[in-house]
Every structure is written in structure tokens, then in C-alpha cells.
Design a protein. Structure first.
Length: 618
């Protein structure tokens, strides 16, 4: 892990300040050969930890400017990172306020501290690649790249009950909150300004979808492929570079272009499973053969999962319920054992170019809205409502399911299969816990992101929603943490700012043509990618945890034991937990096993983090 940490407006003697900031920096230095730079004074102190090419620190007495990452400035006067960029940005802030942030692109986190620690500016990149958190005290602000860093300042605060509820709903803790009370995350493309004991938050950048642009397809294709090459070239960060290769369109594209721009076979890394419905190793091999990569594979076993779960629970600074973290780690670990320093991921491509199956599915549901209202409400809905749930005619049963889902407005419809929406909350949660939270908060966050998107179409609103909830809150957190644990640096060429901006100019019918996913992407690369990968169904990087929980007794014992322990937390009703376990044994192993995994990881996270004890959670 690398990043930033420190505080502003809090008084400490120099020796004490150095001891505290060095303690805060320990989590940032625990995995690789990075080193830290420190700035110490009586009212503010700061550390930036990274290899020398990804950090810069400037100090003028009590004024400090620190940068972590690989920012680029569109201002022709700006120097490069390592050549006075921190000082230059500080001067820009003094002259023009937050407007200078609009000139920055690339992955970065930034902290400026001024006025004897009475003013501080925090900001991160547009996609949220470089995370930054903060917490306010009566006297000032503490900040850092992770909750571990914040907690190293003066100990962990209590667990936030609302964040626990949000985690169970989303399977992760959604921004802008953290799992600990009064800890907050800086949103992608946003800043937080602390001055005169007041906090101001705002966005310096927002994705704006230009839905009425008309351009020649050939020109779009040429620009797109040029941007792909540029994005991959900029992501290569010295040392040995490799790439994840799942066999999907994004990872295959990155692997092929990395081979092209480096003029030698790319190092590619894939994970397989001995479960046919989850295994995509065949497609990874097709891509590796097509591009002539130096290919490496590892097959994850149930025993691997069993051994890794405790490490996963203890290493993450927030509870995280996405099981694909396991194959991500083993893939990154395989790359590191092969001497790879930087590992490229294809994350973000689906959310920019329309590649997730839910985009096509929600389009199908939206067609129902085109049926005349009189026909819908006067005939179709009364007829289907009269049918019993277990109607024996499959076509009518499917029609009833279709209409019932189509009647749910967006974006709520995206959570139709969420277990909390399929059961009365009073039957899921303990009454005291439920009374302590706002049960409407998760959907409120979801709706705000959807309706506040700068887009007119349903598709682009879904893409904007996924950039926050899927890319920033799930995928980037997962890959960053698992690469940190494996001691390899991740990079994300698909999230290059120029490529992101380009995607926003594509008409929606080129992203989703009818129900054909990522139409433009595939057409533009039809002579580059293997046909088998162009034509394959969307699969993903999932893990068959539910199936393995049923078939592999040691994993089942761990999961069910965690469920029993979780009952004592007095969050979920014991009878609901028992029903989940019974359903996993006799019903859908994948669906109910996934829910058990989410709760198991929460319980093991709470056990692994001593800070969580005595906080009212069990």
C-alpha cells in the first residue's frame, strides 16, 4: 500500500508529531519497497509514501503540498511530477482557488495545507483510483488513504451502524461513508476543503454524456484505437509489466495492445476453476495464443479459498463481500512470483462502453413502458395479477415475472433480486438494530447517483451509476487491495481520462445496439480480437463459493460457524440466518451461498479487527 496521511489544525510538539505521523504511515509501507517523505510542524504534519516516481512533497514552513500517484496537467506551464509540480499546484490554488483541479488528469490524491494548518484541501482523481479518507475533530482534520491510517492517529472510533446496514445491502460499504463512525471518503472527481472550522465538499469534474453527437464511424474507430494504445503506454510504469487476462474483451484488448506497444510478448495471468459454469480459462488461452503472449495460469481450489479467507478479512480496512477478490489475489500473486512489478487490469470497460448484461435486460424491461397505458392497466396487469404465483403455464409465469419487474421504476429495478428487497425487513433484522438505521438510505444513495447523472438516456444513467457503485466502490477497491497484498502495483488503462471522455461522446445506439452489448467496442476491434472472444457471452471474474460451500466440508464448516457467531451480533434475526443456511443446503447454492459469503466476511472482518470490539456490534 502507498498513499498519503497526516492532519491539519491539530497541535503537537515536533517530536510527538513525527512519532504520530510515522505511526500513521506504517500501513502505507507494509507491502513493498516504497519509502516515505515527511513534513512536520506544530499544527500539521504529513507523509506521502510511494516509490520516488509517484510522490512529491513540498514544504514552506507550515504550508505543505503533497501529491501521490501519476497526475498530468493540461496547463502547459505546469512541471511534471517530481520537478516542482506540488509547489506549482499550491501557487495555482492560492491564485485561482479550486479551479486548478480541472487541469489535472491521471490517477492521483492531493493534499494542500495552508494558514498554519487552519486550511486544507483534499482531492482525488476523476475515477477514484487513488482513495483518500478524512475525519474531523473539534480542532482540525485527520486524513489518509485508508481507515487503517486514520485509526493509527488516535485509535478507531465505533463501528457505524448505518454503514453496516449499507454493507449488507450492497455487499460493500458505499461511499461517501466508511465503516467507522464519522469517517468519510473523498468522492471520485471531488474535493474536500477545510477552513475556519468549516468543511466544503464539491465536484471539480463530472462525467457528461454527449448523447446527440453524430460522427463518422471510421473516425471514431481510429480515435478509439489510438486512445487505447496511448492509454496502455501511459499505464506501463517501468520495471516488468503484466496484465490480468480473464478471456473477456477488456482484458484481451489490454493484453493485445500491451504486446503491440511493448513490441514483445506481454506477460498475461489467468485464473481457472474446476467448475465449468465459472471457468473461462479456454477464452484466456485463445487470447494468449492469438496475441502470442507469455501466458501463465493458476487454478484456484476450495482449499485455497479456505486458507485465504482469514487474510482477506484481516487485510481489508473495510468489510468487503465481493468473492472475486479471491481469484484477483491469486492472479496478482502469480504475477508477482513471476517478477511482475505493474499489473494492468481491464476494469471499467463494461461501464464505459455498455458491456454488462443488465444494460440489455433493463432495456427489455423498458419496452413495457411503450405499451399503451390503457392496455397495460386495463387488461395485462389485471389478468396477470389474477394468476397464482405458481401458475403451471411457463409462458404466463414468465410474463407475470416480466411485468412485475418492469413496473418497478429505475434504478430500484436493478435491485429486484436483492435479498433485502425480497423479504420484509422486520423479518430480517433485529428490531433494535433496524430502529437505529435509515433503511431507505441505500436506495437513496443509489437513486441520487442515477438521477443526478449528467445524461438523458437510461443507458447512460446506468453507466454513470456503475462508475460509482461498481467501478469505484467495488472493482477498484478490490484490485487495489489484492494487488497491495500480493505486492504488485495495479494500473487501469481503460480508465484513462481521455478514453473515459471519448466514451461519453459515443451515441447510446453504438454502446448498446438493440440488446447487443458494447457494439462499438466490438466492431472497432473486430479485426484485432479473436472472433471467439468477440462473440462470447459476458461472464465475469466470479468465484463458485456457493457451490464449494455445499461440496467442500471444511469451507462449509467455516461459513456456517461464522453464521452462528454472527447471530450474537444482534444485527440479523437468528431465524433468518438459519433460513439462509437451509436454503443454501436445499435451494440455489450460488444465490444463497453468495449471501452467506457476504455475512461470513462481515463476521470475520469484525473478529479480525480489534478496533471493532466494544463498539455496540455484538
Amino acid at each position: 500500500m502507498t498513499g498519503l496521511c497526516g492532519w491539519a489544525g491539530l497541535a503537537h510538539a515536533n517530536d510527538e508529531a513525527r512519532a504520530i505521523v510515522e505511526r500513521m504511515a506504517v500501513p502505507l509501507l507494509r507491502r513493498d519497497d516504497s519509502c516515505a517523505q515527511y513534513a512536520i510542524n506544530e499544527m500539521s504534519s504529513l507523509a506521502v509514501a510511494a516509490v520516488s516516481t509517484k510522490r512529491e512533497l513540498h514544504q514552506e514552513g507550515a504550508t505543505i503540498a503533497a501529491i501521490y500517484g501519476k497526475p498530468r496537467s493540461s496547463d502547459a506551464r505546469a512541471p511534471e511530477l517530481g520537478c516542482g509540480l506540488a509547489r506549482y499546484l499550491l501557487e495555482c490554488y492560492r491564485d485561482e482557488g479550486i479551479e486548478f483541479l480541472r487541469t489535472l488528469s491521471g490517477p492521483f490524491s492531493l493534499v494542500l495545507v495552508l494558514d498554519q494548518g487552519r486550511e486544507a484541501l483534499l482531492a482525488i482523481d476523476r475515477m477514484g483510483i487513488c482513495a483518500l479518507m478524512y475525519s474531523l475533530t473539534r480542532q482540525g482534520m485527520v486524513f489518509g488513504s485508508t481507515a487503517d491510517v486514520l485509526n493509527s492517529y488516535s485509535g478507531a472510533p465505533p463501528i457505524d451502524q448505518q454503514s453496516l446496514f449499507n454493507y449488507i445491502y450492497f455487499h460493500m460499504v458505499p461511499s461517501p461513508s466508511g465503516i467507522f463512525r464519522d469517517q468519510h471518503r473523498v468522492a471520485p472527481g471531488s474535493y474536500v476543503r477545510y477552513r475556519r472550522d468549516r468543511v466544503e465538499t464539491g465536484a471539480y469534474w463530472k462525467m457528461r454524456y454527449e448523447e446527440n453527437v453524430s460522427r463518422d464511424f471510421g473516425e471514431l474507430k481510429e480515435e478509439f484505437r489510438s486512445l487505447l494504445r496511448k492509454s496502455v503506454s501511459q499505464a506501463v510504469d517501468g520495471g516488468t509489466t503484466g496484465t490480468f487476462l480473464s478471456g473477456g474483451t477488456d482484458s484481451s484488448t489490454v493484453a493485445g495492445i500491451l504486446t503491440e506497444v511493448s513490441e514483445k510478448p506481454a506477460n498475461t495471468y489467468s485464473i481457472g476453476f474446476d467448475v465449468p459454469d465459472y471457468d473461462e480459462i479456454r477464452y484466456a488461452r485463445i487470447a494468449a495464443k492469438h496475441f502470442g503472449t507469455a501466458h501463465h495460469e493458476y487454478f484456484v481450489t476450495p482449499n485455497d479459498v479456505l486458507g485465504f479467507i482469514p487474510r482477506l478479512a484481516s487485510f481489508c480496512d473495510q468489510p468487503f463481500g465481493n468473492a472475486s477478490a479471491v481469484p484477483t489475489y491469486y492472479c496478482a500473486s502469480l504475477a508477482r512470483s513471476d517478477g511482475v512489478d505493474t499489473l494492468l487490469g481491464g476494469d471499467g470497460g463494461d461501464e464505459l462502453f455498455g458491456g454488462n448484461e443488465r444494460y440489455a435486460m433493463q432495456t427489455i424491461f423498458s419496452w413495457y413502458g411503450a405499451v399503451p397505458e390503457l392496455l397495460r392497466e386495463g387488461f395485462i396487469e389485471p389478468l396477470l395479477a389474477a394468476l397464482p404465483v405458481t401458475h403451471r403455464v411457463p409462458l404466463l409465469r414468465k410474463a407475470k415475472s416480466y411485468v412485475s419487474q418492469a413496473m418497478v421504476p429505475m434504478p430500484d429495478r436493478l435491485h429486484s433480486y436483492n435479498v433485502l428487497n425480497r423479504n420484509p425487513l422486520e423479518q430480517v433484522f433485529v428490531a433494535d438494530f433496524l430502529a437505529s438505521v435509515d433503511a431507505s438510505r441505500p436506495l437513496s444513495l443509489f437513486r441520487d447517483a442515477y438521477h443526478n447523472a449528467d445524461a438523458g438516456s437510461m443507458l447512460n444513467r446506468m453507466l454513470a451509476l456503475d462508475l460509482q457503485f461498481t467501478v469505484a466502490d467495488i472493482d477498484l477497491y478490490k484490485v487495489n487491495k489484492m494487488c497491495e497484498l500480493a505486492n504488485v502495483r495495479p494500473a487501469y488503462p481503460m480508465l484513462n481520462d481521455e478514453l473515459v471522455t471519448f466514451s461519453a461522446t459515443l451515441p447510446t445506439h453504438l454502446k448498446l445496439k438493440g440488446i447487443k452489448l458494447r457494439y462499438f467496442f466490438k466492431e472497432a476491434l473486430s479485426d484485432f480480437l479473436p472472433k471467439e472472444i468477440i462473440n462470447k457471452r459476458k461472464h465475469g471474474f466470479g468465484l463458485p463459493v456457493g457451490i464449494w460451500m455445499r461440496s467442500y466440508k471444511p469451507l462449509q464448516d467455516l461459513a456456517y460457524s461464522a453464521m452462528d457467531a454472527f447471530k450474537a451480533r444482534k444485527i440479523l434475526r437468528p431465524e433468518f440466518i438459519d433460513q439462509l443456511v437451509r436454503s443454501h443446503c436445499s435451494g440455489s447454492a450460488a444465490y444463497y451461498g453468495g449471501e452467506i459469503w457476504v455475512l461470513m466476511m462481515l463476521e470475520l472482518w469484525l473478529q479480525a479487527h480489534a478496533q471493532a470490539r466494544g463498539t455496540g456490534v455484538g
